[in-house]
Ligand binder design. Structure first.
Ligand code: PEP
Length: 255
């Protein structure tokens, strides 16, 4: 039985004061939610302080990135054990912005994934096609190849501990959401791929989020699709009302 999961990716937004008041507002307003898993992924510099503010709440803390090596001369990087130390439970990996702007490859994502799992954190691995790839009819091929490369070498158990996020690049931050049918088609195909690489049982138990302009008013129809298990939310996670609205939409869904 897969639980719905809503995670907010704040990216490089919000200052310290706004971060803290958003987290305090979310703790208060989402206190009663028990049938949906919730996480926020703030900028790394605020993780420690926000981890304390979230302590004892039903909202998990996540990082937006991690490095694959445990320690050493890697200026500017943050290890998985450091993230764990400040209260992180989740780490987003391979977001399309990291792939496009910072040159992250499937192999780099894969190395990070193994490090995140070894540290006992839950990875959220992002995959998704560009508009051009979709228009060229390459969506399935691109998403499958990102999954195969990013997930290489995982055991069944590790696959079950990994969350996937299908995020069509053309829908991120653009206001253009994939239709529920478009998203469901890719989610179903990812599950088919997982079945062929792992097992039917594993494929049926992996959480696969959708991301790309999810808002309070389109969440319900997306999350009602049988293979969509939640949302990775960018812009709409930066405001209390909109993130709360998405989580509340998720609480009302029966699958
Ligand atoms: C994201 O960056 O993961 C994302 C889905 O952004 P947005 O919701 O703003 O499209």
């Amino acid at each position: 039985m897969r639980r719905l999961f809503i995670a907010g990716n704040w990216k490089m937004n919000l200052d310290r004061g706004h971060s803290l008041s958003l987290v305090q507002g979310l703790v208060e307003s989402l206190r009663g939610v028990s049938n949906v898993d919730i996480a926020v992924c703030p900028p790394a510099v605020y993780l420690g302080e926000l981890g304390k503010a979230l302590h004892g709440s039903n909202i998990g803390l996540g990082a937006q990135n991690a490095y694959s090596k445990p320690e050493g001369a890697f200026t500017g990087e943050i290890s998985c054990s450091m993230l764990k130390d400040v209260g992180c439970r989740y780490v987003i990996l391979g977001h399309s912005e990291r792939r496009a702007i910072f040159g992250e490859t499937d192999q780099m994502v894969n190395e990070k994934l193994h490090a995140v799992l070894a540290a006992g954190l839950t990875p959220i691995v992002c995959v998704g096609e560009t508009l051009q790839q979709r228009e060229n009819g390459q969506t399935q091929q691109v998403v499958r190849s990102q999954c195969v490369g990013s997930l290489a070498g995982l055991s069944h158990d590790q696959m079950l501990k990994t969350v996937l996020a299908y995020e069509p690049v053309w829908a991120i931050g653009t206001g253009k959401t994939a239709t529920p049918a478009q998203a469901e088609e890719v989610h179903q195909d990812i599950r088919n791929l997982l079945e062929s690489h792992f097992s039917r049982e594993t494929s049926q138990n992996v959480i696969i989020l959708y991301g790309g302009s999810v808002k309070a008013d389109n969440a319900q129809e997306l999350l009602s699709e049988p293979n969509i298990d939640g949302a990775l939310v960018g812009g709409a996670s930066l405001k209390l009302d909109s993130f709360e609205g998405i989580v509340k939409a998720a609480t009302s869904i029966k699958k």
